[in-house]
Design a protein around this ligand. Structure first.
Ligand code: NAD
Length: 283
């Protein structure tokens, strides 16, 4: 049976390391600061933002959440971002997505100064990541790679199969795994015979947003299975994309939902904020 990969516990270890780093920075007169802008009243977004605030508190990052009504204009939002770009006490800026339809997410992401883009969504940071330059990495993909590393499983030379090709999970995680010298296969909604691909995977990253997509027949015995999916089913329960009870019988490692990838995502946001503060205050 699989070892369950409690991202929560691993995240806790990394947060303890970050808290020490923040303390060191504070001794040098630097207080890392994160500002989150939250537009509208989507309950999931509000819950994610609360998690981010709690994470900041835990490691000593000064955090501020600006909550705005869904009626805010794009111009007003862009103006707020420009102000924050120029504020030396704010090292990280995060605009919680999704935004209301009258606001262009592209315009908002591109307005954030790349060095303050702690989500790693700005095209400049995406490009740097793809080239393999040192840059602010997107949090979920970065958290996934950290989780895999902490299993002690070598990534180099292994076959990693990624399900999903979104800009926030699938595509960037495939780049990061290639950077770690994995051989990477990308699967998506148009892939023919998904199981034929996934059964080859030493490392299987599932980010489709489809409950129960992956069963035991999709998994090679002993594989590392990372379930990124977060789906609320009819009962109100949160489930991943993987049939947990079935796959834990065959996998070597498996992440639970919740308590797997989610806490790692927030932890990588904290890590980015500390890194951004360090970089912006370096003489
Ligand atoms: P998305 O909807 O943008 O992309 C889903 C991808 O899955 C698409 O590329 C699509 O081609 C592929 N796909 C859909 N159905 C498929 C199928 N039947 N077979 C193969 N591929 C299929 O979603 P996203 O933003 O990448 O998020 C994916 C999931 O991860 C969602 O459940 C989301 O809530 C979750 N998520 C979790 C975290 C976290 O921190 N835990 C962060 C981001 C996203």
């Amino acid at each position: 049976a699989a070892t369950i990969l409690y991202g929560k516990d691993i995240a806790q270890d990394i947060r303890a390391e970050l808290a020490n780093e923040v303390e060191e920075l504070k001794k040098q007169g630097v207080v890392p600061g994160l500002t989150v802008i939250l537009v509208g009243d989507d309950p999931a977004s509000h819950s994610y933002v609360r998690g981010k605030e709690r994470g900041c508190q835990e490691v000593g990052i000064r955090s501020e959440v600006i909550r705005k009504d869904a009626s805010i204009s794009e111009a007003e939002l862009l103006d707020m971002i420009h102000q924050l770009n120029g504020n030396p006490n704010v090292h990280g800026i995060l605009v919680q997505l999704p935004l209301p339809p009258h606001i262009s997410e592209k315009a908002v992401i591109e307005a954030i100064a790349p060095e303050k883009d702690v989500d790693g969504f700005h095209p400049l940071n995406v490009g740097n990541m793809m080239i393999g330059y040192d840059t602010l990495l997107p949090c979920t993909p970065h958290g996934i790679v950290e989780l895999i590393k902490r299993t002690g499983t070598p990534i180099a030379g292994r076959h990693a199969v990624v399900i999903g090709r979104s800009n926030i999970v699938g595509k960037p995680v495939s780049f990061l795994l290639q950077q770690e010298n994995a051989t990477v296969t990308m699967c998506h909604s148009r892939t023919v015979d998904l199981a034929a691909h996934t059964r080859q995977a030493d490392i299987l990253v599932v980010a489709a947003g489809k409950p129960h997509l992956i069963g035991r027949e999709h998994v090679k015995p002993g594989a590392v299975v990372i379930d990124v999916g977060v789906n609320r089913i009819e009962t109100g329960k949160l489930v991943g994309d993987v049939k947990f009870d079935e796959v834990r019988e065959v996998a070597g490692f498996l992440t639970p939902v919740p308590g797997g990838v989610g806490p790692m995502t927030i932890t990588m946001l904290l890590k980015n904020t500390v890194a951004a503060a360090r970089k912006q205050t370096a003489r």
